[in-house]
Ligand binder design. Structure first.
Ligand code: ADP
Ligand code: MG
Length: 763
């Protein structure tokens, strides 16, 4: 069953080589009580360790079941220790932080025996050694003799074939020693017991065979195995495997013995989590606030449906914006640039059908609706070059103002008045410059001015005249022709005098809504022109004859011509077909419904019949959302550094724990734990710390949101901004567990590589 053949073992310490065993050959019977006698340092413990598979021999062979162990792998030794061997040590070697019962169960726990069987067997073994009633105590609550009995119970419980006892009574008084020896003798009835002792009296009294050692050599053997009694019985070797649950239990019990330290560690390593959780909950809350703000304020911005929906190409924007001019200049000057008409124009046809469709919008969704009509003006300017008709219509711009609710201050909110004063009750023009105080060349020429730079004063002083249609168009039979005598028209008393009331520029933070440049005109001007043209002969003639005065051709009924006719009549100041519609949504959700409604109209329309609308608020919302995300990512990245720092700290803590638990590692290995199992024990420990610090961090972060919210409320008046999202919380705990386990991985590996013999030697 078990045989040593010329075993040699030496230890190297530095350059010094200590030969612990020299050519030791011994054969053992299946059932005998062998006592090994010898002075201290004669190699007895080394012999036991080699027999028990805790230590490896240098040369020779250990024959188990008639098989050489030269080719044994680590896992084979682990199984052999777990199934065939029961160790009893002089210093008991119980795991201090688990109960007596758990200590006795450990070997079976390692080999994956189920809990019920484990408990039953462990209790049987404890009963055998007379300690059943102490089974729930911890080792340090027992006397030395009792502890040794627990160790015996542990050695017995898995019913191994071999019991190895290394000076089991070495630390006990005589009376207790006798009790322990009686117990071991009892065991030896049906097992092979190999007991090391330096007490020859005890050896002679109990053992059936005495082998003496001196300086690593076998000196004598009182009862060697003879050739006739060759033992052919075999040892049974099963698998071992520690479950993660066992590892968790071991580590949990260990951690329980140092609660204070664990809590401090968990707290320290939770700081990273606290930082990230706070940042996330703040950005979470700010996003909600920004959303709310946008819903309440931006949803008031109207949806604009204009006859001309403009969309600038990127190239054009580049050309318009890239020059040396300073943004938001303080000089009282307007700068002139060449016209940029590279914008893509989509002509919206605001047909009667469409107007009807708009009128059917659910009124509940709107806080206001307004239609803006264009009245065409015949404007004449006067400059040093003479009189000139203002013909180009491209410099007319439209403000997103609601004529019905002027008091809502859309103009004041979005624009700075650089010069002059706006008075809606007086007919007049308003000049909008872009962010660099620029206007187009044609816009300046329309005023009868020229140059690259013009002062505000010059612009405000320039006078224009609006000429009435009846004076402007002269009838020649069926046809009409424009009157070319501009000077007379300019000075006619029917003409309306017109000046630039004010020069305005979009506010710096409102650039998206207010880009572009050009003229706008006051409502008073529109109303005056319409009222003056009410009884216009030309308009009447136009309506009756139904033909185009510019081409002198009748309008046909083909697609688009109705529109031309409407524009033409509008130009004559008679029609009030809207060319811009403003829809003011009640709130954010209403806006959604309105845009859905507008989209619905376009669904089955041809490309040229599609009516496009502009929703500025949507553009701004998506922009601010992106900025919030970017800020959050940067802040989280910063506080992630503290997570890395805590991982390093966990590595150090785990390393210290490994140092503290070296003895336990040795015990577990002696009981048959694999290297993997040891790794598991420490991974379980970091898992517990990671989980604790994760939850602790989340809890602290949650508590910190309370004062944080108070501070924010005091500063900004916004209540309950910081809100911790449950998904973020769970994710952070998981990330923390993973990071701490990574931090503990190296020390855990180190622990698993510890030599079991040396581990058992440490105190
Ligand atoms: P015993 O148990 O008979 O007192 P040991 O087997 O423990 O003796 O030791 C035998 C010899 O080997 C001693 O001289 C001891 O110092 C040496 N020895 C044992 N283990 C080691 C070790 N791990 N490293 C170095 N020397 C060792
Ligand atoms: Mg010894």
């Amino acid at each position: 069953m078990l045989e040593l053949k010329k075993i040699n073992k030496s230890y190297k310490t530095g350059t010094f080589v200590q030969q612990a065993l020299k050519d030791v050959s011994i054969e053992f019977r299946k059932n005998e009580f062998v006592a090994i006698l010898g002075a201290s340092g004669s190699g007895k413990t080394t012999l036991l360790n080699i027999i028990g598979g805790l230590d490896r021999y240098d040369s020779g062979d250990l024959i188990i079941n008639n098989k050489s162990t030269k080719k044994f792998k680590a896992i084979d030794w682990d199984r052999y220790r777990n199934n065939c061997i029961g160790f009893i040590f002089q210093s008991y070697n119980l795991i201090p932080h688990i109960t007596i019962l758990d200590n006795v169960e450990m070997g079976m726990t390692l080999s994956g025996v189920n809990s019920k069987t484990r408990k039953r067997k462990a209790k049987e073994a404890l009963k055998k050694v007379g300690l059943l009633e102490h089974s729930h105590k911890k080792p340090n609550q027992l006397s030395g003799g009792q502890m040794q009995r627990v160790a015996i119970a542990r050695a017995l419980v898995n019913n191994p074939d071999i019991i190895l006892a290394d000076e089991p009574t070495g630390a006990l008084d005589t009376k207790t020693s006798v009790q322990i020896m009686d117990l071991i003798q009892e065991i030896a009835k049906d097992k092979l017991v190999i007991m090391v002792t330096h007490n020859p009296e005890l050896a002679h009294q109990y053992a059936t065979r005495i082998i003496e050692f001196k300086d690593g050599k076998k000196l004598s053997d009182s009862n060697p195995v003879t050739k006739e009694e060759k033992d052919t019985s075999t040892l049974k070797i099963r698998k071992t495997a520690m479950s993660f649950r066992t590892a968790l239990k071991l580590s949990f019990n260990n951690i329980k013995t140092k609660k204070g330290r664990t809590l401090l560690t968990a707290f320290a390593s939770s700081i990273g989590i606290i930082g990230i959780a706070l940042i996330l909950s703040l950005s979470n809350g700010f996003k909600i606030e920004v959303d709310k703000f946008e819903k309440s304020s931006l949803s008031q911005a109207p949806i604009v449906i204009s006859t001309q929906a403009m969309s600038m190409s990127e190239e054009t924007i580049e050309k318009v914006t890239s020059n040396d001019l300073k943004k938001y200049p303080t000089e009282d000057k307007v700068y002139v640039q060449d016209d940029m008409m590279e914008t893509v124009l989509h002509t919206n046809i605001l047909s009667d059908e469409y107007i009807e469709y708009i009128k059917k919008i659910d009124k509940q969704l709107l806080s206001g609706i307004s239609y803006q009509t264009t009245t065409g003006f015949n404007i004449i300017n006067h400059s040093k070059d003479g009189y000139q008709l203002v013909t180009n219509s491209s410099y007319w711009i439209l403000f997103p103002t609601n004529p019905n609710t002027n008091e809502n201050g859309i103009l004041e909110d979005n624009y700075d008045v650089l010069a002059g004063e706006i008075d809606e009750s007086v007919p007049g023009l308003i000049l909008q410059v872009d962010s660099k105080n620029r206007i187009y060349k044609s816009t300046l020429e329309a005023l009868g001015l020229s140059g690259d730079e013009v002062s505000f004063e010059e612009i405000l002083n320039q006078e224009l005249k609006v000429v009435m249609n009846d004076e402007y168009y002269l009838q020649y039979g069926e046809a009409f022709i424009p009157n070319q005598d501009l000077e007379t028209l300019y000075h006619s008393e029917n003409s309306i005098s017109l000046k630039v009331q004010a020069i305005i520029r979009g506010k710096e933070d409102k650039e998206l809504i207010t880009s572009g440049s050009g003229f706008a005109y006051t409502n008073a001007l529109t109303e005056l022109v319409i009222s003056k043209n009410k009884d216009s002969k030309i308009v009447k003639a136009q309506q009756e004859k139904n033909y185009n005065i510019l081409t002198n051709q009748p309008f046909d009924d083909s697609v688009g011509s109705t529109n031309t006719k409407e524009i033409m009549l509008g130009y004559l100041g008679a029609e009030t077909t809207p060319n811009v519609i403003y829809l003011y949504p009640k709130d954010f959700d209403a806006k959604q419904e309105i845009t859905n409604y507008l989209d619905q109209y376009n669904e089955d329309k041809e490309a040229e019949e599609v009516v496009e609308y502009t929703d500025m608020a949507a553009m701004i919302s998506s922009l601010s959302g992106n900025i919030m995300d970017a800020i959050t990512i940067v802040l989280v990245a910063f506080s992630s550094i503290s997570l890395v720092v805590s991982s390093i700290m966990i590595a150090i803590i785990t390393y210290i724990s490994v140092l503290e638990r070296i003895k336990e590692i040795g015990i577990l290995r002696a009981l048959g734990a694999r290297k993997k199992d040891i790794k598991r024990v420490f991974n379980a420990e970091t898992f517990i710390i990671g989980l604790t610090s994760g939850f602790l961090g989340i809890l602290i972060a949650y508590l910190l949101t309370i004062p944080t919210n108070q501070i924010i409320e005091n500063l900004s008046g916004l209540a309950n901004v910081a809100k911790l999202n449950i998904v973020h919380a769970i994710m952070l705990v998981i990330i923390n567990v993973i990071l701490t386990m990574i931090g503990g991985a190296i020390p855990s590996r180190m622990a698993s590589k510890k030599d079991p013999v040396e581990a058992l030697r440490t105190e």
